[in-house]
Design a binder for this molecule. Structure first.
Ligand SMILES: C[S@@+](CC[C@H](N)C(=O)[O-])C[C@H]1O[C@@H](n2cnc3c(N)ncnc32)[C@H](O)[C@@H]1O
Length: 180
């Protein structure tokens, strides 16, 4: 859902940020969307995540289009020159690595503030949160609380949840600059 939402506005020549690079699958998606004339910035605090992301991009001969930052996404506004058309978040822990190192509510919210400041007119943020792991529910609640308070005259916000699954199923938050 987050890919579909972002894919509608992120076209060739665009600029995007992967706020949580992880194993690189989202970075690869964003890089394919923007094409050779576009640019992607990807953040992760873990070196092993960035190594995996670089390897995946190299396998697709796309690494040259991406700037990788071993830094917290809360530093986005210091490291990325806006405007950006899309920002993608996939919260939680790096699959296959320690479950101890997870995204945190304070830095995720700081990053979302920065991302909103960087968004182009009509730009979009897609976020997937996971309430099912320790710390995940508090983080999802913080994100929903933050997104609920965005001015509806300036931003459209959608929350998607799975109604036929337990309460700890993944949650998708979609934010668009511009009201409908
Ligand atoms: C669920 S994984 C991301 C999966 C990834 N998008 C993919 O396609 O494979 C979450 C990632 O967020 C990273 N992370 C944790 N805190 C972070 C922060 N403050 N800034 C950026 N990344 C962070 C973790 O290291 C982990 O790799």
């Amino acid at each position: 859902m987050a890919h579909l939402f972002i894919g509608e506005v992120l076209t060739h020549g665009g600029t995007a940020v992967d706020a949580t690079a992880g194993n690189g699958y989202d970075t690869l998606f964003l890089t394919r969307q923007v094409g050779p004339a576009g640019r992607v910035y990807a953040f992760d605090v873990q070196e092993q995540a960035l190594l995996k992301t670089r390897k995946l991009l190299e396998e697709h001969s796309l690494a040259w289009q991406v700037t990788l930052f071993q830094a917290g996404h809360e530093e986005m506004d210091r490291l990325v020159c806006g405007p950006v058309d899309a920002v993608l978040y996939n919260l939680g822990y790096l699959p296959g690595a320690s479950h101890e190192l997870i995204t945190q509510p304070e830095t995720t919210i700081a990053s979302l503030r920065a991302a909103i400041g960087l968004l182009s007119r009509g730009g979009r943020i897609g976020l997937v949160g996971y309430p099912g792991h320790p710390g995940g529910e508090a983080e999802c609640n913080a994100v929903i609380q933050f997104a609920s308070c965005l001015d509806h005259a300036l931003y459209s916000v959608i929350k998607i949840s799975m109604v036929n699954r337990a309460g700890n199923a993944p949650v998708v938050i979609l934010i668009e600059e511009g009201s409908r």
